[in-house]
Design a protein around this ligand. Structure first.
Ligand code: BEZ
Ligand code: FE
Length: 296
């Protein structure tokens, strides 16, 4: 029989090391590495906060509800990762870029596949609702040279802050979405409408948590993009409205200074005519700078 004095049974003092010791023969080294860190930090949290049994049951209830509200359209776990700043941190670690290259930010849950390819200059507003906006700029490499054949996947919320897939009975499918391809000059331009700020889904456990923490659930107005070209890092990013009052309280920490831009109000009949826009209109100009892909 083994000497019971030699066995490290679980105690408050040695809790983390006892659990970690059980993983010493793990066949998966990476799993062992990650779980060792998870256990160390989780046990430290519990020792620091000393939850009551009722609080621990509440925590289990929160995690259970987070899973139970998920379906093929709703992903509360990603939302939780977003509002805890984890999505942005993982993205940042995986996309450390050369200075000057366009920074990434959150993808969000409203991107869809199968969006129509539109001609440069087309409108992405299929219902014409909202204040007209002209969006343009260039796709460049880090030397400032134009990128030919870059794919720009653009999507945005409506004038009252909803994506088409949130309002299938109100907006036409693929409203305010479009895929464009740059030519040799790297330029892109299209017509849209000025998007509104909007609240992230707040009718589930994540919304309850934000309320309990006194945090905003309102994302500042923004335009979404994925920009891709072989030989360059894929860029998942936004252009933020620099005049939005919610920039410093974005619930998903997606705002970066480099992504804030001025949405200019233009009242110039001749310029409107030249661009094929009604007067007055909004205008935003942004260049996207692509970072060379690793190994190219
Ligand atoms: C979005 O911008 O579409 C978004 C991002 C993260 C969470 C919810 C929405
Ligand atoms: Fe969004």
């Amino acid at each position: 029989m083994q000497d019971i004095n030699e066995i490290a049974y679980f105690s408050e003092e040695n809790s983390a090391s006892t659990v970690i010791d059980r993983m010493k023969d793990a066949p998966n080294e990476r799993l062992k590495e990650v779980m060792t860190s998870v256990i160390l930090h989780l046990h430290a949290v519990i020792k620091e906060t000393e939850p009551t049994m009722a609080e621990w049951e509440q925590a289990i209830g929160f995690l259970t509800a987070t899973g139970q509200i998920c379906d093929d359209k709703r992903q509360e776990w990603i939302l939780l990762s977003d509002v805890l700043g984890i999505s942005m941190l993982v993205d940042e670690i995986n996309n450390r870029r050369a200075t000057g290259a366009t920074e990434n930010t959150v993808l969000g849950p409203f991107h869809v596949q199968g969006v129509p390819h539109r001609e440069m200059g087309d409108s992405i507003s299929d219902d014409g609702k909202g204040e007209p906006m002209f969006v343009h700029g260039r796709v460049l490499d880090t030397n400032g040279d134009p990128v030919d054949g870059a794919m720009i996947d653009a999507w945005q919320a409506s004038h009252d802050g909803f994506y088409d897939n949130q309002q299938p009975d109100v907006q036409p499918e693929h409203n305010l979405r479009g895929i464009f391809t740059t030519g040799p000059d790297g330029k892109y331009w299209y017509k849209a409408i000025k998007p509104a700020y909007y609240g992230i889904p707040n009718d589930g456990p994540v919304g309850q948590m934000l309320t309990g923490l006194g945090r905003s659930d309102v994302r500042p107005a923004h335009l979404h993009y994925i920009i891709g070209k072989e030989g360059y890092d894929l860029v998942t990013t936004h252009i933020f409205d620099g005049d939005d009052a919610n920039l410093s309280t974005d619930p998903v920490f997606g705002v970066r200074a480099s992504l804030i831009n001025k949405f200019n109000h233009v009242d110039d009949p001749q310029r409107a005519k030249d661009l094929g826009m009604p007067n007055p209109f909004w205008e935003v100009e942004t260049d996207f700078i692509l970072n060379p892909a690793k190994g190219s």
